[in-house]
Ligand binder design. Sequence first.
Ligand SMILES: N[C@@H](CCC(=O)N[C@@H](CS)C(=O)NCC(=O)O)C(=O)O
Length: 244
Amino acid sequence: MNLYHSLHSTCSQKVRLCLEEKGLPWTGHHLNLRKFDHLQPEFLILNPLGMVPVLIDQGKILTESRIINEYLDEKYPSIPLMPSDPFLRAQVRLWSQYVESGPSEAVKMPSFAKNIQPELKKMNQKEALEHIKKIPNIQIRDRWLLAATKGISQKDLLPSLKILEDMVLRMNNALSHQKWLCGDQLTLADIDIAPFVQRLVRIDLFHLLELHPPVLDWFNRIKSRKAYKTAMPEAGSEGFIPSI
Ligand SMILES: N[C@@H](CCC(=O)N[C@@H](CS)C(=O)NCC(=O)O)C(=O)O
């Protein structure tokens, strides 16, 4: 399997975690989003939306991290990450859908403010804008544009902060009476949300975890897994590229 990904992209981390938990061999093709590798014509052939991750399995191209993870679990069932009970399976899907519709976008504005904006400032602005205007998705293009020109303000960050606080509260409710988000076993629900919890640390919102001990305990447990250590290199490690 070939994974087109970025080291610190949360959506890429979701898929790397899934591959590692399932013990599946994969070859990585790293894209540096800050150098706009994802806008190169050869990558746009794989995903015309210009977004990582993209998985190629036996010549078949898959996009969308949540869909990729479900695909991997169905295609390679020997280490299952979905419960067998249909109700619990539905719960996992609800979590994964929630992650995609809320936290997945919410982490982007604070991540851009912290990591991308300072890098863009160092670049030649004309050159940066040339790249940015090629971004296919309007919402993403506008975020890059804001970071490259006016700059991201505290007010721009508020909606994200609300969504991320809500994420921790939802997790706290679930984890107050069970070990993992959907019962006693680690599932795709835990995997799909883990990169967004990790990102709280990087965007200076770690206190949200400290305020909610069941979530902090969950985070410490998932972080100590072998798969996590391989899939989620810590900031400062060799090859570290600030997140997007
Ligand atoms: N819904 C997609 C979102 C993918 C996504 O947002 N990828 C980001 C990195 S985390 C990206 O490639 N961004 C490109 C950009 O900002 O220009 C998924 O879950 O795979």
